[in-house]
Design a protein around this ligand. Structure first.
Ligand SMILES: *[C@@H]1O[C@H](CO)[C@@H](O)[C@H](O)[C@H]1NC(C)=O
Ligand SMILES: *[C@@H]1O[C@H](CO)[C@@H](O)[C@H](O)[C@H]1NC(C)=O
Ligand SMILES: *[C@@H]1O[C@H](CO)[C@@H](O)[C@H](O)[C@H]1NC(C)=O
Ligand SMILES: *[C@@H]1O[C@H](CO)[C@@H](O)[C@H](O)[C@H]1NC(C)=O
Length: 248
C-alpha cells in the first residue's frame, strides 16, 4: 500500500471567556491511503465543495473530530468523517486521507516556554519579541562564550531586528565584581561585520562614540542602556545566549 504524508501547521486566535486572548497551536499530520477499509455505515459529518484538495485538508485540520477525509477532484466535494473507515468506495478521481496525529497546544506561550528552557535550564522566553534567551555572568573569552551558548543548543544573542534591540534596551543588565559587559553575536573581518552564521549585520545600534576601538566583537556595556560597544575577543565578559525554537 502506498501512502503519502502531508503536514500542516495553523495558528488560530481564540478569545477566552475572561477576555484574554490566547494563541492555540495545532499540528496535524495526514496519511494518504489508496485502499481504504469500508464499513458501509459511516456517513460524512460535513460535506461541501471546496476548490482544492489542500482546502479540504485544512477543513479536516480545523474540525477537532475529523479523522479522515475524501476529496473528489471532479465534483470538488470535500467530505469529512469521524471514523477512519468510510462507507464509500474510493474512485480514481478521489483522494482519501487519514489523520495520523493531531496535536493541539491550548496555550502556545506555555508550549514555547517548554521548548525554550525544557531541556536547558536558565533560559527565559519573552513572547512579545519573541526570544528565548539566557544571561550569564560567568566571565568568558569570545570562543568560550560561543561554546557555552552552543552547548545548550543556542548561539550568542543575534540582534537582527529592531524589536530585539528594543528588548535588550529593556533588560536590566548588572555589573558583578568581575564583569560589566555582556557579549552578543557579531564579528568583524577587516571592515565587515557579520553574525556568527555569516549573515551580514545590516543595522547597528552603537552607543554614541562607539565603536571607539579597532576591535572585532560586540558587547552590551552596563550603563549604555542596551546600546552596543565593541569588545576584544580576548577579554573576559559575560554573555547573552539565544536559542532558536521550532514548533513541531
Ligand atoms: C460494504 O460495501 C462493500 C463495497 O460496496 C461490499 O462489497 C460489502 O459487501 C459491504 N459490506 C456489508 C457488510 O454490507
Ligand atoms: C519582554 O520584552 C519587552 C520589550 O521588548 C519588555 O517590555 C517586557 O517587560 C518583557 N517581558 C518580560 C516578562 O521580561
Ligand atoms: C575575511 O574576508 C576575506 C575577504 O574579504 C576572506 O578572504 C577571509 O577568508 C575572511 N576571513 C575570515 C576569518 O572569515
Ligand atoms: C584595524 O585592524 C585591522 C586588522 O586587525 C587592520 O588591518 C587595520 O589597519 C586596523 N585599522 C586601524 C584604523 O587601526
Amino acid at each position: 500500500m502506498k501512502s503519502l504524508f502531508s503536514k500542516m501547521w495553523l495558528w488560530l486566535t481564540l478569545i477566552s471567556v475572561n477576555g484574554v486572548s490566547s494563541l492555540v497551536y495545532q499540528h496535524t499530520t495526514f496519511q494518504r491511503h489508496l485502499n481504504p477499509v469500508h464499513d458501509n455505515r459511516t456517513s460524512p459529518f460535513f460535506s461541501s465543495t471546496v476548490s482544492t484538495a489542500q482546502a479540504c485538508v485544512i477543513k479536516c485540520h480545523n474540525h477537532p473530530s475529523c479523522e479522515s477525509l475524501v476529496y473528489d477532484k471532479v465534483s470538488f466535494q470535500c467530505s469529512l468523517f469521524e471514523g477512519k473507515n468510510i462507507g464509500e468506495k474510493i474512485t480514481s478521481s478521489q483522494v482519501y486521507n487519514q489523520v495520523s496525529t493531531k496535536t493541539v497546544h491550548q496555550n502556545i506561550i506555555a508550549h514555547a516556554n517548554n521548548l525554550c528552557n525544557g531541556d536547558s535550564p536558565g533560559y527565559f522566553y519573552n513572547e512579545s519579541v519573541p526570544v528565548c534567551y539566557k544571561i550569564d555572568t560567568q566571565p568568558r573569552l569570545m570562543d568560550d562564550a560561543v561554546m557555552f551558548c552552543g552547548e545548550s543548543g543556542g548561539h550568542l544573542l543575534r540582534i537582527d531586528t529592531e524589536i530585539k534591540q528594543k528588548f535588550v534596551e529593556s533588560v536590566n543588565l548588572e555589573t558583578t565584581s568581575s564583569i560589566f559587559k555582556y557579549r552578543i553575536d557579531g564579528k568583524k573581518n577587516n571592515t565587515v561585520w557579520t553574525f556568527s552564521n555569516n549573515q551580514p549585520i545590516k543595522r547597528f545600534y552603537w552607543y554614541p562614540g562607539e565603536p571607539a576601538d579597532n576591535i572585532s566583537s560586540i558587547g552590551l556595556r552596563v550603563g549604555y542602556g542596551g546600546k552596543w560597544d565593541d569588545v576584544q575577543p580576548s577579554v573576559l565578559h559575560g554573555c547573552i545566549c539565544e536559542k532558536d525554537i521550532k514548533f513541531n
